[in-house]
Design a binder for this molecule. Structure first.
Ligand SMILES: [Zn+2]
Length: 316
């Protein structure tokens, strides 16, 4: 199109607009969408990362899939400040090597906001091909995409650290100390080196990819931090997905809570149909926890709320 044609088109457009109030109104209505649209977290990208991660297959501790999951995480954080926190867990099947991944994005304020998930799959379900698309997969994809959105930006507030815990799931049965190996190890380590005192808030993401997202208020969590998450949900227009129900969860936030760190478990444990066929626990810990049960929309909602929570913690 030549510039002369552009001029003629503009001239024509202005004449028609001045003569047509409906066109003016339409133009004004379209302005906020073009200029002031709120930038949402890219749940579609988080879902795609999740798809690639889950395609590895089962990734229970000691499996070849676990090694591939480790390599996958390593590849996501090339060039970042990545720490691999390795340890040996004493489990009912003997010593098991485990590996937490910690990624650090430094901020200007003294203090740390920690976002966490677990990434491995359930060991007792190793014989049914359990891939944990939602349980471990979805929130791993979400945290990786949060890193992608933070990377390269100057953080005026607190530092943001991402932690991918290993060994959240039981090796035999969820009882005694047969669970949350990675978080218990890291909480103890950060307790003895003084890191815990620097943490302003720890958010745990769990099972947030569920297509039918309804996040429960987890009753063990630090009340003011739960309140902050709800406020973040309100600020981003997602309040209807949050805290209609409440329940207590044993999860990776507890070892930190027990050491006085403000911590919240942002979890949707209500996943799939609660019928006898699914042991009344839906798709949780079944072979049905697959990619078709999770959505980009739910990850957008969860990502929006996590990013807004960082903002609110910085304003506190
Ligand atoms: Zn699980």
């Amino acid at each position: 199109m030549s510039s002369e044609q552009v001029f003629r088109l503009n001239h024509w457009s202005l004449q028609s607009l001045s003569a047509n109030p409906v066109l003016w109104l339409l133009m004004l209505l379209s302005l906020p969408a073009a200029g002031l649209a709120q930038q949402h977290f890219r749940g579609d990208k988080a879902l795609e990362i999740t798809r690639q991660f889950v395609a590895i297959g089962p990734r229970w501790c000691t499996s070849p899939g676990h090694l591939k999951a480790e390599a996958f995480l390593r590849a996501q954080f090339k060039g970042d400040k990545l720490e691999e926190d390795t340890f040996t867990a004493n489990t009912p099947i003997g010593p098991v090597p485990m590996r937490n991944f910690i990624v650090r994005f430094p901020g200007k304020k003294d203090g740390v906001i920690v976002l966490t998930t677990h990434y491995e799959t359930n060991y007792p379900l190793r014989n049914i091909g359990f891939v944990g698309a939602n349980d471990g997969g979805s929130t791993t994809g979400m945290l990786i995409e949060i890193a992608n959105e933070i990377r390269g930006k100057v953080l005026d507030g607190y530092s943001v650290w991402l932690v991918f815990f290993d060994g959240e799931e039981a090796i035999e049965h969820w009882q005694g100390t047969d669970h949350t190996y990675g978080s218990r190890h890291l909480a103890a380590k950060w307790g003895s080196d003084g890191t815990l005192g620097r943490i302003k808030g720890l958010l745990l993401a769990d099972m947030l990819g569920d297509k039918d997202l309804d996040v429960q208020r987890e009753t063990e969590s630090t009340p003011w931090l739960s309140g902050l998450v709800l406020q973040a949900a309100k600020n981003t227009g997602h309040a209807k997905y949050f805290f209609a129900k409440e329940q207590a969860e044993e999860d990776d936030h507890l070892p930190f809570l027990q050491r006085g760190v403000p911590a919240v478990d942002v979890i949707d444990a209500d996943y799939g149909p609660h019928t006898a066929e699914y042991n009344y626990d839906g798709w949780h810990h079944t072979a049905q926890d697959t990619m078709d049960k999770i959505s980009a929309k739910s990850l957008t909602i969860a990502g929006d709320v996590f990013l807004e929570s960082i903002k609110l913690l910085n304003q506190k």
